[in-house]
Design a protein around this ligand. Structure first.
Ligand code: ADP
Ligand code: ASP
Ligand code: MG
Length: 413
């Protein structure tokens, strides 16, 4: 008998009918002689609504109460899935993250999993239950509820699969697998049969929300292979695994787009040790994530420093940087919202040259201005205007020959 972990995302449990579909799939997996653990997300839109509700109720809810509130979305969906299995004549039981043994650190709203004690899950599997676990949540050593960051049910599934030594981990979602670009942006995008952890990690980190990047990081670290596939079809999806020998033959595997970015620039920063540290320490005090950082060549002992942050953090960043500009003797800080990041990703980039030139040429021909550029070993990111993002993704997708030849099938909504 094999042990299988199946994770179902928000759209897949978005209505009673879809929940019944999930219940049927779980029973099918059990009938195929598997022990079955399901990890469930909140029904589509529920987490967003809870966040909205919190903000309407209190200007600054504490992170602790935020977590208690958000965790309820997954708890509700989990109970509904268990009810649906039971209504079909099966035996299922729902568990909160805490009951499932997910222990985290104390960082509310983006907790890290410290340890998983799957004893209760194993006992219940032994008794023949389908065990339905609430994703996205755990508890601190003191028993406080925590959540694992947006998209965190992916992490719950991967971590549970690792802790249970599962034979398979399947991430069921509303698209057929991992595509060469978000199929909602590029309808011709191609589904991949397999992808290296590193590529998916870069894509997820660059805005492809098909998998939470922390979940991919965890899978890579602990060697948990998984498959991303559709909960509405029976076709195989995309297998994420350690890099295989021929994977480098493909130069560009995928394109990611991240919207709602802002570019911040400090002009005439004195070219002295410690200036950059003052700038980024100020930003770090507010836990604002900084991405693409570019410093211009020193001109008359001053440089310009630009970087990107999420647009929602812009007001706070400006507030924090205004005094720093004076303290370090820079001339001014300026910022622009309405930006996007476009990234091309592929492990083949390590052994093939000319990718940057092709990317810049294609954007140039499309009259799309590049504001900032950053690179890693297997990724090139450009910052462009958000209004150009969709067109840039389509042009880039075509330039690198990523389109499939068959008829495009849109994602499920
Ligand atoms: P779930 O609720 O199942 O976790 P998500 O909404 O978090 O689903 O992730 C699935 C979505 O990710 C898809 O609907 C798709 O629009 C988006 N997406 C972004 N980039 C990609 C990509 N490269 N391949 C597939 N889907 C992608
Ligand atoms: N419900 C949570 C979210 O919307 C976690 C998840 O769906 O994975 O972010
Ligand atoms: Mg998700």
């Amino acid at each position: 008998m094999a042990l299988i972990v199946q994770k179902y995302g928000g759209t897949s449990v978005g209505s009673p009918e879809r929940i019944r579909n999930v219940a049927q799939r779980l029973l099918e997996a059990q009938r195929e002689d598997n022990d079955v653990v399901a990890v469930i997300s909140a029904m589509a839109g529920v987490t967003d609504n809870l966040i909205k509700l919190a903000r309407e109720t209190s200007p600054q809810p504490t992170d602790r109460e935020f977590d208690v509130l958000l965790s309820t979305g997954e708890r509700a969906a989990t109970a509904l899935v268990a009810m649906a299995v039971n209504a079909l004549g099966g035996r299922a039981i729902s568990l909160t993250g805490a009951e499932a043994g997910v222990l985290t650190d104390r960082i509310h709203t983006k907790a890290k999993i410290a340890n998983i004690n799957p004893r209760l899950i194993e006992e219940l599997l032994g008794d023949g239950y389908i065990v339905v676990v609430a994703g996205f949540q755990g508890q601190t050593p003191e028993g406080e509820t925590t959540t694992l960051g947006r998209g965190g049910s992916d992490l719950s599934a991967i971590a549970l699969a690792g802790a249970l030594g599962a034979d398979a981990c399947q991430i069921f979602t509303d698209v057929d697998g991992v595509f060469s670009c978000d199929p909602r942006i590029v309808p011709e995008a191609m589904k991949m049969e397999e992808i290296a952890y590193d590529e998916l990690l870069e894509m997820a980190g660059a805005g492809s929300k098909v998998m939470q990047s922390r979940a991919v990081e965890f899978a890579k670290k602990f060697g948990v292979p998984f498959e991303v596939r559709s909960s509405f079809k029976s076709a195989p999806g995309t297998v994420a695994k350690e890099e295989a020998a021929n994977m480098e033959d493909v130069v560009i595997r995928g394109i990611s787009v991240e919207r709602k970015q802002a570019k911040v620039t400090l002009d005439d920063v004195p070219d002295t040790p410690g200036a950059a540290s003052r700038i980024f320490s100020a930003i770090a005090t507010a836990n604002i994530l900084v991405d693409v950082i570019v410093q211009s060549a020193s001109d008359r002992n001053t440089t310009d420093i630009s970087f990107t942050i999420h647009q929602d953090d812009l007001a706070r960043a400006e507030e924090l940087l205004t005094p720093v500009v004076q303290q370090i003797g820079a001339s001014r800080v300026s910022s622009h919202g309405g930006m996007a990041k476009l990234s091309v990703v592929g492990i083949g980039m390590r052994s093939h040259s000319g990718v940057a030139a092709r990317l810049f040429e294609c954007l140039g021909e499309g009259a799309i201005n590049i504001e900032l550029i950053s690179t890693s070993e297997i990724k090139i990111t450009v910052v462009i205007a958000e209004k150009d993002a969709e067109r840039a993704a389509q042009l880039t997708h075509e330039t690198f020959g990523l389109a499939r030849s068959g008829v495009a099938q849109g994602p499920v909504r």
